[in-house]
Design a protein around this ligand. Structure first.
Ligand SMILES: [Fe+2]
Length: 216
């Protein structure tokens, strides 16, 4: 589903089989094990995560989530790939890029704990730089989880980081509710933050950055 946000669009899809897809139990365990790795568990918060604990596997090699999902062969992986292509068309990347030549840039998982929120940030600042598209799959989202907040930022687009969401005027914030099985695909240059995670249970999401080749 294409959703207008300020002067652009984002794509939102909900995976119907989020609770019972083939391989879910195995993936649950693999993700729990991922967050127990010393390279993840013993690292301090990434710079974007404020006011609470957040674990991130961004410290591992770039494609580990693609491998963990077995993205080309599993039912959840194939669903994500299909939606990445759909969003690439809906958001107009096919006009300038060969979306059939898709490349995964960085991929990682985040597990956010109570009171944490994420600083406004963007994943790219220039059309020519990958990634072009950022896809966030909300894997495990308890009640009172943090939401995704897009920020209407007419400031310096070269700046990869901004402020905490509550430092922006309300009318500059567009909130997207997070829920189990929701995939949000957005332009990598779009400034976004997350609200405060209020649940006592952690929230887990997967992030996949995608680049598209130029037409030859
Ligand atoms: Fe992000």
């Amino acid at each position: 589903m294409l959703q207008p946000v300020f002067n652009t669009n984002v794509c939102i899809y909900d995976f119907e089989s989020a609770e019972n897809f083939v391989g879910k139990e195995k993936l649950d365990i693999a993700l729990d094990e991922l967050f127990l790795l010393p390279q993840v568990l013993e690292k301090p918060n990434i710079i974007d995560a404020k006011d609470g604990r957040s674990l991130s596997s961004v410290h591992l090699y770039d494609k580990h989530i693609v491998d963990l999902l077995d993205i080309n062969n599993s039912s959840i992986g194939r669903w994500i790939i299909e939606k990445i292509f759909l969003s690439a068309i809906h958001l107009g990347y096919d006009e300038h890029r060969d979306i059939r030549k898709m490349k995964f840039n960085r991929t990682w998982a985040n597990r956010m704990y109570q009171n944490c929120n994420a600083l406004a940030h963007r994943h790219a600042f220039d059309e020519s730089v990958i990634p072009h598209l950022v896809c966030i799959y909300y894997y495990d989202v308890p009640a009172e989880s943090a939401d995704l907040i897009f920020i209407d930022d007419d400031g310096d687009k070269q700046n990869l980081r901004g402020n905490q969401y509550f430092e922006y005027d309300e009318e500059k914030q567009h909130r997207i509710k997070t829920q189990n099985g929701r995939l949000v695909c957005h332009d990598a240059k779009f400034l976004h933050a997350t609200s405060i995670h209020k649940s006592e249970l952690p929230r887990t999401c997967l992030i996949i950055e995608v680049g598209f080749a130029p037409y030859s």
